[in-house]
Write a protein that binds this ligand. Structure first.
Ligand code: THU
Length: 135
């Protein structure tokens, strides 16, 4: 499959994830899609809670799905919101992604119109603290 076909498939999948978001309080749906080294994909959406701090981000859900399936490496991650520029992940999710990715891992920021920005994780989280400091 060509890169553009894979990207189109990932974009469709991350949009479907965003459509599943439970975000009645913020009205800010987010979707995330992790691609692993072997090409498998794991999606997540944000799930909010009436006790606001108990809500989870989309990236967190996608990471949990990936780990549950036995994977520990993120090859790339797509993140989508309704924002035209493709919103960046929150600080906590940058750190959560870092656990299973490295400085060069692509973080692909999308809007409903398509891919808006491709950043590396190091651009989003420079001088990161990661598992290599402990393991
Ligand atoms: N949100 C995410 O799902 N991922 C992020 O990286 C940023 C924020 C969610 C959390 C909350 O449900 C909504 O977006 C508004 O902050």
């Amino acid at each position: 499959m060509s890169k553009s076909t894979i990207e189109t498939d990932c974009l469709d999948a991350v949009k479907r994830a965003m459509d599943k978001a439970y975000s009645p309080y913020s009205d800010y749906p987010v979707g995330a899609l992790i691609v692993t080294e072997d090409g498998q994909t794991f999606a997540g959406c944000n799930v909010e809670n009436a006790s606001y701090p108990e809500g989870n981000c989309a990236e967190t859900a996608a990471i949990a799905a990936m780990v549950m399936a036995g994977h520990k490496r993120i090859q790339e991650i797509y993140i989508i919101s309704q924002d035209d520029q493709g919103a960046t992940p929150c600080g906590g999710c940058r750190q959560r992604i870092r656990e299973f990715a490295d400085n060069n891992t692509p973080v692909i920021l999308c809007s409903p119109a398509g891919v808006q920005r491709r950043l590396t994780l190091a651009e989003l989280l420079p001088h990161a603290f990661g598992p290599e400091w402990l393991l």
